[in-house]
Design a binder for this molecule. Structure first.
Ligand code: G4P
Length: 534
């Protein structure tokens, strides 16, 4: 292996790639806009999703996606700040998200969780969070909307700890909330960053910091607020977890920040700490050992998302890949491991909100989308290395809705099978069969019910096949991790269903969690998993 060039090393060292997650309306878009504003990527923060008009454009885009039956876009935004090159992976904030949302997290090196200070942890955050913990990536918490009435600070921290099972370490502490919000106290520097409501809109505003022991503080916060702050800090110092970088890096301790994205308050402070507490792209596992971006000169990447039919006339697809090592140059030839041949990566692009633009070069840590003539699958590896290694696959995430699907016209069986297989290959749906029968009955599993509509629409429009869907009562799916299990002898609850995936691997479907537990208890040694390993 030849030496990695300094150019590549320096570029990768600058990279930070994180996913931003939140429950809809917690302020993810607003916070992202403000990050871009500090990075100077756009002049007006509103360009991501501005007021009325721009917002309208975004929802139109989603309508189109829905109509065409493609999954809701997650975009990748890139900006520079203080010598760093930062990639934000936006996860679709829909109530009805798809498996793509999970997969996006597989491409990130850390996650930023935005929480509405008046609401605490909400359902969607919980689900996404599981994936972050599975990957042991650092998780940062930004508690937003402090300019509105907020929940008690301890309650918010407890909520995160209890609901998500992760220890928290507040880096700063809020002084009041809503109309009484005065700013945040930095527990390390002992300075108060003063809130001023004049920072509204698109300007960055002046940040004023004052030492907590400076006499002027008494004219800025009330005596009650000061007393309360002192009490709370004392309590937190005594009972809360101490900051520990190692635990943060392993995803076991979440640094917490308070702010108000709308008024630009606390955003830059957050960004600065975030950059100091995260690392550049880390080594990743492959079937030929660990690939370290600081040592590996060759380009390598894996596909984590496939976006279908952006242009229906051409049936094109875009494969989004996370670059893990080396340098990408437009039009370069790479080896597609799973396909077993060389391919040219053409029309490379990055997504800027809902706009796409071409890229000529990119480095480890970056995300690019390339034209896919229908050859890539989720999890595929591409590399220029002669070693031909494959990155660890992306797990299959448990669908929560199931339906039996069949074509209305029996003569169209072939198109039906082709269509449903192609759509499954893109990762929008998962398909299964009855355990003991052939391909006759097809069971489709999806993470969000919207995907059922997508499937129906796409089969009708792209493959000219009308289908019938009968929903099934199952909500829980489990993969069987131990191969030696005899499926015929396995005894479960009466409502349990035995199925297999396309690779013939056995799975179980359950109506409720109780049945999962019962089956587990009745079969000694049975290992049931919520993620399907590839
Ligand atoms: P999302 O991407 O997580 O779904 O949330 P988004 O940023 O779109 O924010 C949801 C709403 O919350 C928006 O209001 C936004 O202006 C508001 N918001 C975001 N951050 C803050 C904050 O720090 N303080 C306050 N008070 N509000 C905040 P909207 O009325 O739905 O939209 P808009 O008309 O203001 O754009």
């Amino acid at each position: 292996m030849s030496e990695i060039t300094n150019e590549i090393k320096n570029e990768i060292k600058k990279r930070r790639t994180f996913a931003i997650i939140s429950h809809p309306d917690a302020g993810k878009t607003t916070l992202t806009e403000k990050f871009l504003l500090y990075g100077g990527a756009i002049n007006q923060a509103g360009s991501v999703k501005g007021k009325a008009t721009a917002k309208h454009a975004v929802s139109d885009w989603m309508e189109i996606e829905k109509e065409r039956g493609i999954s809701v876009t997650s975009s990748v935004l890139q900006f520079n700040y203080d010598g760093f090159c930062i990639n934000i992976l936006d996860t679709p904030g829909h109530q009805d998200f798809s498996e793509d949302t999970y997969r996006t997290l597989m491409a990130a090196d850390s996650a930023v969780m935005v929480i509405d200070a008046s609401k605490g942890v909400e359902a969607q955050t919980r689900k996404l969070f599981k994936v972050c913990t599975m990957r042991h990536i650092p998780i940062f918490t930004f508690i937003n909307k402090m300019d509105r009435e907020a929940m008690d600070t301890f309650e918010l921290l407890d909520d995160i700890e209890n609901e998500l099972g992760i220890a928290t370490c507040p880096v700063n502490w809020p002084i009041g909330s809503g109309k009484e919000f005065r700013g945040v106290y930095d527990r390390n520097t002992k300075k108060v960053e003063l809130f001023s409501d004049t920072q509204k809109g698109t300007t960055q505003g002046e940040v004023r910091k004052i030492d907590i022991n400076d006499p002027e503080i008494d004219s800025l916060i009330t005596e009650d607020q000061k007393n309360q702050l002192e009490e709370e800090i004392e309590l937190q110092d005594g009972a809360g977890a101490e900051f520990d970088q190692e635990l943060v890096s392993k995803g076991e301790l979440s640094p917490v920040f308070f702010g108000s994205a709308l008024t630009n308050f606390g955003v830059e402070t957050f960004l600065q700490h975030f950059l100091a507490m995260t690392s550049s792209p880390l080594p990743r596992k492959s079937d030929d050992g660990i690939i370290d971006p600081m040592k590996e000169e060759d380009f390598s990447a894996f596909v984590f998302k496939i976006q279908a039919n952006m242009n229906k006339a051409h049936r094109d697809r875009i494969a989004f890949m996370r670059i893990c090592s080396g340098k990408f140059e437009a039009g370069m030839d790479v080896f597609h491991i799973q396909g077993g041949k060389k391919v040219r990566l053409s029309q490379p692009q990055q997504m800027m909100a809902s706009e796409r633009h071409m890229v000529s070069e990119a480095y480890g840590g970056d995300i690019i989308g390339v034209f896919d003539p229908g050859i890539f699958s989720i999890g595929d590896t591409l590399t220029t290395s002669a070693k031909r290694y494959a990155y660890e696959g992306i797990p299959t995430f448990a669908p929560e809705h199931f339906a039996r699907v069949r074509q209305v016209d029996t003569m169209k069986r072939k198109q039906f099978i082709k269509g449903i297989n192609q759509i499954a290959q893109e990762g929008a749906i998962q398909i299964f069969q009855e355990y003991n029968t052939g391909m006759e009955e097809i069971i489709v599993g999806v993470v969000g019910v919207l995907q059922f509509d997508v499937l129906k629409y796409r089969l009708e429009n792209e493959y000219n096949v009308e289908i019938r869907m009968d929903s099934l009562p199952y909500e829980y799916i489990r993969w069987i991790a131990n191969e030696e299990v005899d499926m015929d002898k396995l005894s479960g609850t009466s409502d349990m269903k035995k199925i297999k995936d396309l690779k013939g691997r056995p799975l179980l479907l359950f109506v409720n969690e109780w049945s999962v537990r019962m089956t587990q208890e009745r079969n000694d040694g049975l290992i049931l998993e919520e993620f399907g390993r590839s």
